[in-house]
Design a protein around this ligand. Structure first.
Ligand SMILES: NC(=O)c1ccc[n+]([C@@H]2O[C@H](COP(=O)([O-])OP(=O)(O)OC[C@H]3O[C@@H](n4cnc5c(N)ncnc54)[C@H](O)[C@@H]3O)[C@@H](O)[C@H]2O)c1
Length: 245
């Protein structure tokens, strides 16, 4: 199936991790013909992913951005428009988590989890929509995440917020040409989970996934590519559960 992504421009956040979802998403979109803005707080990682995109024959721009800082986000969008002239697709993938039992968390831990995972996506969505709405075209894919698991209560609350935010946003901007959907990927062995005890992760997989295996960036990337495409024309404001369940 031709996803008709050739010559689209995609901004993917959280591409710095070389073992994460963001890099796989950027490379899959590039394989489908997209040029990529590779954005991350980890600039060295973002540059590596941009180089990998160029190896596939597409153009890339690496940007250092902290998605919690609106001025940096606005600057990223300006850099992207200066290089490519448009942004067709946003994949709001950057995320991070402080994992602790709720009773051990401080207000600073709450703020970190909510700032990165919820405010970060709101910042990038609003900055990109400022450009997408006048063009009457856009695809936004927000990345949600695990909810209801121990040690990630506030991260999960932020990710539940991402779903509610996206559903409402879809109702506000679909008639303006922008289609918004969400993906909740399953538990994966990425930078986010690299420091979690393996037995804890294995236990979570046994209880949360019918498939009884970890999700991988390669499971995630084609789903995002579909949602980013014009083939996805009648699916709006949905949360795709890629949790192996
Ligand atoms: N790994 C999992 O089990 C899992 C499960 C469900 C959802 N997710 C979500 O998938 C997305 C990708 O995470 P991942 O699992 O690939 O982890 P990862 O740590 O491998 O990648 C996350 C990337 O986000 C970047 N990032 C963090 N804070 C940032 C900030 N303030 N500004 C810009 N970039 C920032 C990191 O530098 C990193 O490159 C996240 O939204 C995460 O919450 C992950």
């Amino acid at each position: 199936m031709d996803l008709k992504l050739k010559d689209k421009v995609a901004l993917v956040t959280g591409t710095g991790s070389q073992i994460g979802y963001g890099k796989a998403i950027a490379l899959t979109l590039a394989e489908e013909g997209c040029d990529i803005i590779s954005a991350d707080i980890d600039f060295e990682g973002a540059k590596k992913t941009a180089t990998a995109v160029e190896t596939l024959g597409r153009k890339a721009l690496a940007v250092k951005v902290d998605v919690t800082e609106r001025a940096e986000v606005d600057d990223m969008v300006q850099q992207a428009l200066a290089k490519f002239g448009k942004i067709d697709i946003l994949v709001n993938n950057a995320g991070a988590s402080i994992q602790k039992p709720f009773m051990e968390m401080t207000k600073a831990d709450w703020d970190f989890n909510i700032n990165v995972n919820l405010y970060g996506q709101m910042n990038v969505a609003q900055a990109v929509l400022t450009h997408m709405i006048p063009r009457h075209y856009g695809r936004i894919i927000n990345v949600s995440g695990g909810q209801g698991f121990p040690t990630i209560s506030i991260y999960g609350a932020a990710k539940a917020g991402v779903v509610a935010f996206s559903q409402a946003l879809a109702r506000e901007v679909t008639h303006l040409g922008v289609i918004v959907n969400v993906v909740t990927p399953g538990l994966a062995k990425t930078g986010l989970t690299v420091n979690a005890p393996p037995e804890f992760l294995d236990d979570l997989i046994q209880h949360s996934s019918i498939l009884k295996r970890f999700c991988t960036p390669e499971d995630m990337a084609p789903v995002v590519a579909f949602l980013a495409s014009d083939v996805c024309s009648y699916m709006v404001g949905q949360c795709v559960n890629l949790g192996g369940s």
